[in-house]
Design a protein around this ligand. Sequence first.
Ligand code: GLU
Length: 308
Amino acid sequence: MRKKVLSVLLAGVMSMMLAACGDKSPVEVPEAAAPAETTAAEAGTGEVAGAQKEEAASYPEDVQAVIDRGVLRVGVKNAVIGFGYEDPLTGEYSGLEIELARDLAARLGVDVEFTAVTAATRTELLDSGDIDCVLATFTITDARKESWDFTTPYYTDYVSVLVEDAKGIKSLSDLTDATVGVSSGSTSAKSLVKAMIEQGLISSDGFDEESFDPATWTEGVKFQQYDDYPTISTALSAGEVDAFCVDKSILAIYKTEGRSYIDAEFAPQNYGIATTKGSGMSEVAEQLITERLADGTIGKLITENGLD
Ligand code: GLU
């Protein structure tokens, strides 16, 4: 993708050079500007490209506001390799969700600005208007659909559990009476309890999908909630929790030597782009995902990012 952006840039530079040399052949104008990129921390210093606004097209108010601003602000993960990952040395973002965010910004002809979010902060930032959409391993659920719009899923992951080998925990049945670290605002605790109920490891008495609260659940397994994943990983090393439960894609970076996944993957997690309910951005995002699923781009990005 970076190569693609570079080649668009290069094509632009070559066109300008040809024009400067007085070449009479028609000069090709690249269709979309190569969008500039900033992170939220650098906001205000990035150059606004916004040169390719479609003058005739009329957009819903919220989309027009993004176009006028010249920047699409996207909430992404920064430590989920293959989805949203920020290189600590270069500050460069990469991954499937990053490419989709760039694609979304490019079709509006604006720059993209990434804000690193967590499961706990992503909806607050969307609701407050600090970001325009969320592309952050955000699982589509019926309950969440009541508060936000989600696109058609672009990826399906599963929940799993990471443990320190020394603990000897190998399967869901070894997790009975364990304390499990989960992120606040995530689907993880409920998914684990459901999987344990389905395997007959714990009783379903008192389990209610709608009112389930990890903070008060004590039937067969307990939860400790944290604001972010590095803190859960530290808690796992320190023995503060017996296990770390979340989507496998997120666990990958914390699976260091001496740690293993238990022998269970459960609760399919369909990831979608989340936007403000009823907003014009919801339509733009949906259009992007349906098109990119149909033209094979998402399939290609999944392979390129090692996610299949
Ligand atoms: N994908 C899960 C969720 O949306 C795990 C949390 C996360 O994405 O960080 O709840």
